[in-house]
Design a protein around this ligand. Structure first.
Ligand SMILES: Cc1ncc(C[n+]2csc(CCOP(=O)(O)OP(=O)(O)O)c2C)c(N)n1
Ligand SMILES: [Mg+2]
Length: 361
């Protein structure tokens, strides 16, 4: 009998792009590297936003749950740096980083997660329902895989209306076996849509290691079945993520069809708030901490003579102060108005007695 341990190990190497001419660059190239510290600032803002949410959660200020992307910051940062501001992004349940990288404000995000009126959904949606159409941010999503068809629709509208916009769909490794994933890739493939599917492969779906649930040993290579280019890269190297994203986004925008980019990364904290992380070892965690994307960018900026480490640390302190002050502002904001709970959900006439539930007025 085959046990989980006997299974083919997950391929953590580079997959072969289907169209080497179009996307066969060496991803380790630093040619497109940020010459300033803008990627570092974005990653620091994501990191300290998430740590603040963690703190607010412990203080009982955040209702429900929260899924934090500490350790994965290079993926949304590098991908969104390759996008135009009017491009579309759909994110996952672990989507705060994507929202920040797409330009949403820390204040609006804190307010939403804290259930305040100034939140992106007036405080009604929380962590899993943060969206901002003006920024092309189609939403975080509590349904695993729920964002993929949404981004396919956005890409279809862009193509049909000739808008020239590209859609990105972030998804976790745990989504690669879902019907929505295969349907979305198939539609994008047959219609040659301007979309890039970005897998944030953090090696686990809750407690399940990716090697135990991906038949065939590679998520990236599944793209071949749908006739699209793919690549598998180091998702903790923001420069590499940017380079690969730029290639895929540019090809999609110029009518060359969709692609799947798999970014290998690691979530440093638990899946959500009550996770003791019994399914992985402290040694494995320590090894990945050494590959922390922010520490790596700090070393790169220092080594390249762009920003000395001391200046980086001062910049980080400024980000910490900014995050703290935005959180305080959001805490001071009025709580969501419960009587508006059904706004935008059901027609106004039915709102007050939706499904027999009386909406408090
Ligand atoms: C359709 C659906 N099935 C199951 C869940 C429960 N669930 C929430 S997160 C998660 C695991 C997701 O793993 P992955 O896609 O790898 O993302 P990660 O949490 O690692 O970022 C599951 C199964 C869900 N939210 N939606
Ligand atoms: Mg995962």
């Amino acid at each position: 009998m085959t046990t989980m341990r006997d299974m083919t190990p997950y391929v953590v190497g580079r997959a072969v792009p289907i169209d080497p001419g179009a996307s066969g660059q060496d991803g380790s190239s630093r040619a497109g590297c940020s010459v300033d510290s803008s990627w570092a600032v974005t990653m620091l803002r994501i990191r300290h936003f998430e740590l603040k949410i963690n703190e607010l959660f412990a203080r009982g200020e955040v209702r429900g749950t929260a899924h934090l992307c500490v350790g994965q910051e290079a993926v949304p940062t590098g991908v969104c740096a390759a996008l135009r501001s009017d491009d579309y992004v759909s994110a996952t349940h672990r989507g705060h980083g994507a929202a920040i990288a797409k330009g949403l404000s820390l204040y609006g995000m804190f307010s939403e997660i804290l259930g305040r009126r100034d939140g992106y959904g007036a405080g009604r949606g929380g962590s899993q329902h943060i969206a901002c159409m003006e920024k092309g941010f189609l939403g975080t999503n509590g349904i695993s895989g729920g964002g993929l068809p949404v981004s396919v629709g956005a890409a279809l509208s862009s193509k049909r209306l000739g808008l020239g916009r590209v859609a990105v769909a972030f998804f976790g490794d745990g989504v690669a076996n879902q019907g929505a994933f295969h349907e979305a890739l198939n539609m994008a493939g047959i219609w040659r849509l301007p979309i890039v599917f970005v897998c944030e492969n953090n090696l686990y779906a809750m407690s399940a290691p990716v090697s135990s649930f991906v038949a065939g040993g590679s998520i990236a290579r599944r793209a071949e079945s749908y006739g699209m280019r793919h690549d598998s890269i180091d998702g903790n190297d923001v420069g590499q993520v940017f380079e690969a994203s730029r290639r895929f986004v540019d090809l999609a925008r110029s009518g060359e069809g969709p692609g799947l980019l798999e970014c290998l990364t690691y979530r440093q904290l638990g899946h959500s708030k009550s996770d003791k992380r019994a399914y992985r070892t402290r040694e494995e965690e320590a090894a990945w901490l050494k590959r922390d994307p922010i520490a790596r960018e700090r070393r790169r900026l220092d080594g390249a003579g762009i920003m000395p480490a001391a200046d980086f640390d001062a910049m980080e302190s400024r980000v910490v102060a900014e995050v703290a002050s935005e959180a305080e502002r959001a805490l001071a904001c009025q709580a969501a108005d419960v009587s508006t709970l059904y706004d935008h959900v059901v027609p106004e006439a039915a709102a007050k007695t939706c499904g027999g539930i009386t909406c408090p007025s």
